[in-house]
Ligand binder design. Structure first.
Ligand SMILES: Cc1ncc(COP(=O)(O)O)c(C=O)c1O
Length: 404
């Protein structure tokens, strides 16, 4: 993997603010975009703007073809059997809400979350608990943020769990849940599995068939693609059985004043005119990542994470959240320095050194509340980050830890 060449694809990395380069370490929130993605989107807006599946003219046909091509690219990207198993959504949140609202869960059925879910994979189940009386349960993890497989197996053996809704890689600490094992145990107990892969998809080789998951949600903006586009992978028979919760144009084949004949999946779930430029940019991002190879990306991030984790460990009272080994934290270093306010750390790094990280509860408020913490500072790495940038980060953090 040639970082120099990769960085040339990201014009934003040449930016200087107040004469200094930028260090972008907020990739778990939103990643930067390569030229290949913005060019593909520009093509839609400047060369063939139209809509898919409706107009028979040349632009219309081209958009229809590009959307189908993009769906097939994403199908290959996740290892799905059929492109009809890819439903375009606005993001991971919408994909999870789609499952929550269409799966027809019944009163009394249990949905099981881990204790480190993003609000997007927590609140939809809390709402279903209030609305229809599902039982929403939380499975506690180990103190180092890893998954308790034995406790999970124990809970599943008690029965009544209809859906296991689990994050794959946590955006809080980077820990990876063993989805293959979780799925096997869940299926043996008669439950379906929904995976929140918002953080896993950009970094980890994913094959939905090997994992055998039933649903997987992910977002474009975390994997070099545009914001406002995401996808739900689902086994076709499940999509076929589910009724859409958002209906209207494009979800139906025909209507009378009093009836509607629904489209087949995935179209029956894609209501209204879609974000075509977003879909095309999303596929361009998937192609870009495939070309570089996620295994290479993972190796690169891990080596940077290891270096940072070792070098900042000498800072007085600094504590990294999650597994001890950097290898088990993907590209994420989530930390606190004693009682220092994480927002002050992030603001100082940005204002003095143009180092962009995130601070706060990272939308995992429930975990921070349960642990009596206000939040953390989080640096998150990706394929274009360099050793030089980690040096700037470590030096700056060491200096500012003495003054705030
Ligand atoms: C693990 C995880 N799940 C879900 C989400 C929500 O993603 P989106 O805002 O794209 O719906 C995020 C975003 O930070 C995330 O990190």
């Amino acid at each position: 993997m040639n970082i120099e060449n990769i960085r040339k694809d990201f014009p934003i990395l040449d930016k200087k603010i107040n004469g200094r380069p930028i260090v972008y370490f907020d990739n778990a929130c939103v990643t930067l975009k390569p030229k290949q993605v913005t060019e593909a989107m520009r093509g839609y807006y400047e060369d063939y703007t139209s809509c898919a599946g409706r107009s028979a003219h040349k632009f219309g046909k081209r958009v229809t073809e590009e959307v189908l091509k993009s769906r097939k690219t994403l199908q290959r990207f996740v290892g799905a059997k059929n492109e009809k198993e890819i439903v375009f959504t606005r993001n991971t949140t919408e994909a999870i809400n789609l499952v929550a609202n269409c799966l027809n869960l019944e009163k009394g059925s249990a949905v099981l979350n881990s204790d480190k879910e993003h609000n997007s994979n927590l609140v939809p189940w809390q709402f279903l608990e209030k609305r229809i009386g599902i039982k929403h349960e939380i499975l506690q993890g180990n103190d180092d943020g890893t998954f308790k497989l034995d406790k999970f197996e124990e809970r599943m053996s008690l029965g009544n769990v209809k859906l296991v809704a689990m994050v794959h890689i946590s955006n809080l600490d980077g820990a990876t849940n063993p989805i293959k094992e979780i799925t096997k145990i869940a299926h043996d107990a008669g439950a379906l599995v929904l995976v929140d892969a918002a953080q896993a998809m950009p970094h980890k080789e994913i094959d939905v068939r090997k994992l055998n998951v039933d649903f997987m949600a992910f977002s474009g903006h975390k994997m070099l693609g545009p914001s406002g586009i995401g996808a739900l992978y689902a086994k076709y028979h499940l999509l076929d059985e589910m009724s859409p919760f958002m209906v209207g144009g494009d979800t139906v084949v025909d209507t009378t004043y009093h009836s509607a004949q629904l489209e087949k999946p995935p179209e029956k779930f894609e209501a209204g005119l879609q974000d075509y430029a977003g879909i095309i940019g999303f596929a361009a991002a998937a192609e870009y990542l495939t070309k570089i190879g996620k295994e290479n990306i993972c190796k690169h991030e891990t080596s940077l994470n290891r270096k940072i984790s070792e070098e900042i460990s000498s800072i007085n009272q600094l504590k990294i959240i999650g597994p001890k080994a950097a290898e088990e934290r993907s590209g994420i270093i989530s930390f606190n320095i004693g009682k220092k306010n994480p927002h002050d750390i992030a603001l100082m790094l940005d204002s003095v050194h143009n180092i962009m990280i995130r601070s706060g509860a990272h939308c995992v408020n429930s975990w921070f509340n349960a642990h009596n913490l206000s939040g953390s500072a989080r640096a998150s790495l990706y394929l274009y980050n360099t050793v030089e940038e980690t040096n700037i980060f470590v030096d700056s953090l060491k200096k500012l830890s003495n003054v705030i």
